[in-house]
Design a protein around this ligand. Structure first.
Ligand code: NAP
Ligand code: MG
Length: 475
């Protein structure tokens, strides 16, 4: 835990263990923050923000660039700790490090171009002599609550825009993957962010979450995680009128039309789900296949899934473990539920070595829970047949989630027609919905959250608009 830029224990000395899901060994322990600790972190952040927020933007950019350099100088450390903490394959961690550094660089590049407005005098009668401008001000203290699945990338997406806009941060990393977050926070301080402006509180979110999301000194909350927790945080923020950005769960559809190149469709189907053992918010969790090609597609998909290598994250594997025994058991339970509801198991289906799950393909009908609102956070491909393009749109939209999606077709206008009707935050035509760039407006509809982040959207989330009127400045 980091309070005021220094590593500290919790005020009552309690700790929480961090496990390696491949060996089930304890890698480290972190403090389990008390209410007093969380209050202190917010207090320190409030003080640290004054110095940081007054620094010119170009100085803040320079410091964040330095942080990004330090991050890359420590790449080997992240390549070792990343797979150990989360069980993700080392090659996935390598990709995550690559995206993370791009994200930080992108935000540094565009921050100086984040503009405010001026209004023409006389925009309404009686204002002919006035100049109206807007300025953007930091909220103050930003609480950044991170999910476990992309602990490095999400650290960048949350903290970098918050800091560039002049906020200080209190970061709550996921308990399963907090060590990389602590390291990154240390690098922020090493790079020159005032120590008090960087705080990390560790401990169970269920315990410390309320202290973080009801404190009147927290100016804004940015959360990525499950819908259930997002609703709890939303209730707190609503009651205390704290602005909230929430990126939540998904049950994304990948629609494969009858004119698709089958090999490409299979490649995208596998790619969009195997990453991080299927623990990705915007992975293609529901595969919607036109019935006329379903048999041929299924044959190829089964072969591709059976060729995947699952094992120790440090070996040359397609994917590693789930993040914990509990996460793997949840996936196993969901597989059983889908089968009990009539799903037909086509390959895989088993959990093994406690935390690993075979690549699993299940053919389901559109009434199965997994075809609607059951988000399985693991390597399970649920396949649903459909007849017409309109059926595909209906099935895609029968979920309460609405994060991302994809359509595979050679006919761009057919793809765009479906894309425009999918009730989601993003749609990729001719690819898996597993797609996110640093500048993309990323986020979801309905149960997938409120708001968008990425590029200038993140800067807007991290600032409040003030109008200043220069009354009578024009003759
Ligand atoms: P989670 O269980 O909701 O946890 C997310 C974070 O919230 C963790 O830091 C957790 O701490 C904390 N937390 C738990 N209870 C809390 C509370 N009552 N108040 C405040 N914070 C609390 O989600 P996860 O298992 O880490 O991530 C998986 C979910 O995130 C999936 O549903 C996935 O789709 C979604 N996700 C969405 C996006 C997106 O951009 N839309 C990206 C990635 C993941 P502890 O770890 O200590 O419990
Ligand atoms: Mg772990």
């Amino acid at each position: 835990m980091i309070i005021g830029g220094r590593k500290v224990s919790s005020s009552d000395g309690a700790v929480k263990k961090v496990f390696d899901p491949a060996t089930l060994e304890v890698i480290d322990t972190v403090p389990a923050a008390t209410e007093e600790d969380v209050k202190l972190a917010i207090q320190e952040a409030k003080e640290g923000q004054k110095e940081w927020g007054e620094m010119p933007l170009y100085e803040r950019v320079k410091i964040i660039r330095r942080f990004n350099e330090l991050f890359l100088e420590n790449k080997e450390w992240f390549l070792e700790m990343g797979p150990k903490e989360i069980g993700k394959s080392q090659s996935d961690v390598n990709d995550e490090i690559g995206s993370a550094t791009t994200i930080a660089e992108h935000f540094c590049n565009i921050a100086p171009a984040f503009k405010t407005e001026t209004f023409p005098p006389g925009d309404t009668p009686g204002t002919e002599h006035n100049l109206m401008i807007t300025v953007r001000e930091p909220y103050g203290v930003c609480a950044c609550i991170l999910p476990y699945n992309f602990p490095i990338e999400m650290f960048m997406h949350k903290t970098v825009p918050a800091l560039l806009m002049g906020n200080s941060v209190v970061i709550k990393p996921a308990s399963d993957t907090c060590l990389v977050g602590i390291k990154m926070a240390e690098l922020l301080v090493e790079a020159g962010v005032p120590p008090k402006a960087v705080n990390v509180v560790t401990g169970s979110g269920a315990t410390i979450g309320d202290w973080l999301t009801t404190n009147p000194d927290v100016g804004v909350v940015t959360f990525t995680g499950s819908t259930a927790v997002g609703k709890k945080i939303g209730a707190n923020c609503g009651e205390h009128l704290i602005p909230l950005v929430s990126e939540l769960g998904g049950n994304d559809a990948l629609v494969i039309l009858d004119d698709a190149d089958l090999d490409y469709a299979v490649e995208q189907t596998v790619y969009g789900r195997k990453m991080n053992s299927g623990q990705v918010c915007c992975s293609n969790k529901r595969i919607l296949v036109q019935n006329s090609i379903k048999e041929a597609f299924t044959e190829k998909l089964i072969k591709a899934l059976q060729a995947l290598k699952v094992g120790n994250p440090f070996d040359d594997v397609s994917y590693g473990t789930l993040v914990s025994v509990k996460a793997a058991k949840d996936v196993e339970d969901s597989i059983h539920q889908v089968l009990e509801e009539g799903g037909k198991l086509l390959t895989g289906g088993k959990r093994f070595q406690e935390t690993m799950v075979e690549p699993t393909l299940i053919d389901v009908d559109r009434e199965n829970t997994v075809a609607k609102n059951l988000e399985i956070f693991g390597p399970v491909w649920s396949m649903i047949g459909f007849d017409t393009d309109e059926d595909a749109i209906d099935i895609a939209n029968q979920s309460d989630y609405g994060l991302s999606g994809g359509v595979i077709t050679k006919d761009m206008s057919r793809g765009i027609h479906i894309a425009r009707r999918m009730d989601t935050g993003s749609v990729i035509v001719n690819g898996s919905g597993l797609y996110r760039t640093a500048g993309q407006a990323f986020g979801g509809n309905h149960d997938s959250g409120i708001g968008r982040e990425g590029g200038a959207y993140s800067f807007a989330n991290m600032t409040k608009v003030k109008t200043i009127v220069l009354s009578g400045c024009y003759k």
